[in-house]
Design a binder for this molecule. Sequence first.
Ligand code: AMP
Length: 368
Amino acid sequence: MPDLAGPLPLGATIGILGGGQLGRMLALAAARLGFRTHVYCPDDDSPAFRVTDRHTHAAYADRPALEAFAHTVDVVTFEFENVPAATAEILSGIVAVAPDPRILAVTQDRLTEKSFIRQAGLPVADFAPVADRRELEQAAARIGRPAVLKTRRLGYDGKGQVRLDAAADLDTAWTAIGGAPAIVETFVPFASEVSVILARGRDGTMAAYDIVENVHGDHVLRTSRVPAAVSPATAAEAGRIGTVLAEAFGYVGVMAVELFVLRDGGREGLVVNEIAPRVHNSGHWTETACHVSQFEMHVRAVAGWPLPLPLRFCDVEMDNLIGNDVNGAFDRAAEPATSLHVYGKRDARPGRKMGHVTRLKPRKDSPF
Ligand code: AMP
């Protein structure tokens, strides 16, 4: 893969694979630093298309379109982890891609992802692979109940996921996930969920944000809060876990690690759930509450620019606007100390992320 000769000069073009809200916010952040962007996405209703210098509306398997795209940009990055391996290979034959697309092969498959995390010496829920219906029997027996059956690939926001309670019927569960290759993992009786968002630069510099506490509803992120209600030791351990994973990959860019917090009396522990090799929904608050957002941090990292430790000005609570929630945007805009971001998607379908609001509060432990 070609590499960057040095830091990207002002006016250089960053290629972004994927045109959703994450791609849109990356393009906006790149523009602030004087870079141009070229967004590539197969979906014609791509919110990033409206804020980028150039866009290509083509399929991920369209080799001529990918090659043409690659020749117009100085570096390529992506806003989502399900970029097909063949797409990444075509691009990385022509232009620098960051993070290294080999990370996609690991994180696109829950089995390789969990194995990787375990090999890095980090705690994950016990898991067993399931290739077919017969193996589901064995895996469920070994892991015990309650457990969670998850497809190995293309599962996100709870899609391709079924809980196996004591009474759950394996035939029904197997049908529910479409009989696809899967894993069974122990159900984690977590007290809360947190994420760590951090960046690693081309020179190995690390820059981490404060740990975020996340509340999901129907498996979709609803609310993120900073600071997270965890002990300083747990926050430090989450940061260490993120650092170990970023180093293990030789990662370049922003990554998010989602973790479960276990609480037993006064004691806390952490279990890694998954890795997102990209900017993350639980980091949207950094747009308003930090001097460098996760989007700018990612742009800086892939561009080979300096990565400062992000300063957080205030405490925050971010709510996603999901589906019709976005129709309340006008009223939300009137709320005090609240910033609003609407993604400009055409249809407010149920479950679709349409925007977010971030409520700012005075910082309790202000370092300023
Ligand atoms: P995932 O798609 O793996 O990120 O899962 C989405 C959400 O489902 C998580 O954020 C948790 O709320 C829940 N979940 C996933 N795996 C487990 C597990 N092993 N135990 C308990 N809850 C889980």
